[in-house]
Design a binder for this molecule. Structure first.
Ligand SMILES: *Cc1c(COP(=O)(O)O)cnc(C)c1O
Length: 222
């Protein structure tokens, strides 16, 4: 596996305005260091303990993105340093991030995760749940979080049309939410979608943040 080459290949495909989150979960520090030496600064992790250990031992100018399912009792470990939490999938979680972020005096960047895939197992709000949550208005009182956009995962399939349809539905929902609730917000601009097998479709449908792991670092050993 040549991490530097793989990374450059992906970066070369990125149009302006699209950023790469290099998903380094389950890979050792030395893999991250190689990507770092090649210029990559944004890394994604899905386990709190693993990300925190890596944050402590690796260069401080790395932007750590949390892309996994976040448990409320673990928020406190990441709020001091996390650059973006991609997977906010309930009002309760948002409220808890706000509370914990307040304790450390930070404003934490968050994305709302939408369930767009056919699989039952993937986390996220349905479009209607998200509309309801936003319509309640309670989130507007939070002072320690910043909602920067939306995140979603397409169905794990080879059917490119299916994937595109799902990404389009999220992009359209992004526009709806932006117009209705965030037209005045400069921060609300991120659409996190696309992984190793579907980032090209994601870019074609308006992604601003792709989350690519195995294509850069190779297969993970779970
Ligand atoms: C693991 C993971 C990725 C990266 O997946 P690859 O197929 O290795 O690119 C992207 N997003 C999320 C939410 C993940 O958990």
């Amino acid at each position: 596996m040549n991490i530097t080459e793989n990374l450059k290949q992906v970066l070369n495909e990125l149009p302006e305005g699209v950023r790469l989150v290099a998903v380094s979960k389950f890979h050792p520090n030395k893999a991250i260091e190689e990507a770092y030496r090649a210029g990559q600064r944004v890394f994604g992790e899905s386990k709190v303990q693993e990300m925190t250990a890596k944050h402590e031992s690796l260069p401080k100018d790395i932007e750590w993105h949390f892309i996994g399912h976040l448990q409320t009792n673990k928020i406190k470990y990441i709020v001091p340093y996390v650059a973006l939490i991609h997977g906010i999938d309930s009002y309760k979680l948002l409220a808890e991030v706000d509370k914990q972020a307040g304790k450390v005096g930070r404003t934490v960047n968050c994305l709302l995760q939408l369930h767009i895939a056919r699989e039952e197992t993937k986390f996220g709000f349905s479009f209607d749940e998200c509309r309801e949550m936003l319509a309640s208005g309670e989130w507007k009182l939070f002072q320690n979080i910043r909602i920067c956009g939306l995140m979603g995962m397409a169905t794990n399939t080879d059917n490119a049309e299916q994937i595109k349809t799902e990404f389009c539905s999220l992009r359209n929902f992004f526009r709806e939410v932006k117009d209705k609730w965030f037209s005045e917000s400069e921060a609300f601009k991120e659409l996190s979608m696309g992984m190793s097998h579907d980032y090209r479709e994601a870019i074609a449908t308006g992604s601003t943040l792709i989350r690519v792991g195995s294509k850069i670092f190779g297969d993970r050993n779970y």
